[in-house]
Unconditional design. Structure first.
Length: 320
């Protein structure tokens, strides 16, 4: 069994202050899981942090003369996507709902609201991209998958299962570019240019699927896109790469660009973010509370205020 530590136990082991542990979690340098209302750090998560620290953080190579990287608040460990899959068996046998999805302030808000709802139950998050989230739902390794894909894709990735889908929000996908957009990047066609380097996302993530579909439809070879083979595992990571001048652009959600304060955002298209679950699960404990929260005016107001997401369709429920 993968041992779980409290923040104080991690602080004692690392010989640092408890507040420093929380700061590491907040910055995304140390991953944690929520068990009920409490944060817990698994032995695997702690070992990953220690290995990453001992190997040196490649994200700091672009630090300024003062020793502070321009996007230090957005630096995150760039672990392989599979690292999230390793802990799912533990989560499956824990109480509560297992929600798979890429890090998002919307999911953070949803989990926090579930923890205080009268009929809410603990929600355990497993950080995965859209493809892996739906894969986990299909193999019954998760109760809810967060995915930003076409409904047809969702249907094909979870075949033979009656699904219910809730629209969580809609958002703009587009380019992260340095302030002023010095290279004038306004369309995906620009990526085939010789002087443009992209910070790419991993296979299965929405930005990567969005890019690959365009390249295939436009008959552009991925090999002609500089930086295509370098994979990062979050929008925060790709935004940091652009801010630190390791890449000219990246595809992702708008909120990551705004967090940096150093980037402009060039919108390309509006996409929906869905919560996907088996229809039969809606009668199980916790799901009614989740639906009530997402449909509440308070949730929509807070979500829009914190992120700028479009909440016009938030709470819409339909079947596949």
């Amino acid at each position: 069994m993968n041992k779980l530590y409290t923040a104080q136990e991690v602080a004692d082991r690392l010989q640092i202050k408890k507040t420093t542990v929380y700061e590491l979690i907040k910055r995304g340098e140390l991953y944690s899981s929520k068990v009920g209302k409490q944060l817990r750090i698994s032995e695997q998560q702690l070992n990953q942090y220690l290995e990453h620290s001992n190997s040196g953080n490649p994200g700091n190579s672009g630090a300024s003369a003062s020793g502070i990287s321009p996007m230090s608040s957005l630096q995150v460990p760039e672990f392989p996507p599979e690292s999230s899959l390793l802990k799912r068996d533990y989560l499956l046998h824990s109480s509560g709902l297992i929600l798979c999805g890429q890090f998002s302030p919307a999911l953070e808000l949803l989990v926090s609201q579930m923890s205080i709802h009268p009929q809410g139950i603990p929600v355990l998050q497993s950080f995965m991209n859209s493809y892996n989230s739906l894969y986990s739902l299909y193999f019954k390794k998760a109760h809810i998958a967060c995915a930003s894909l076409d409904l047809e894709d969702i249907r094909h990735l979870v075949p033979g299962t009656a699904l219910s889908v809730i629209c969580l929000y809609e958002y703009a996908i587009g380019f992260y570019v340095p302030s002023g957009n010095p290279k004038g990047i306004t369309s995906l066609n620009a990526l085939s240019g010789k002087n443009i380097t992209i910070a790419n996302r991993e296979k299965g993530s929405t930005p990567r699927i969005y890019l690959d579909r365009f390249l295939l439809g436009s008959q552009i070879s991925p090999a002609s896109v500089s930086g295509y083979s370098t994979e990062l595992v979050s929008d925060i990571s790709t935004a940091a790469a652009v801010a630190n001048h390791k890449a000219d652009t990246a595809l992702g959600e708008e909120y990551a660009a705004h967090q940096s304060g150093l980037l402009d955002f060039v919108p390309l298209e509006t996409l929906p973010m869905y919560l996907v679950m088996e229809t039969s699960a809606l009668s199980q404990p916790g799901f009614a509370a989740l639906l009530e929260i997402v449909r509440s005016e308070d949730f929509r107001t807070i979500l829009q205020g914190q992120t700028g997401y479009d909440v016009t369709r938030t709470g819409e429920l339909f079947s596949l």
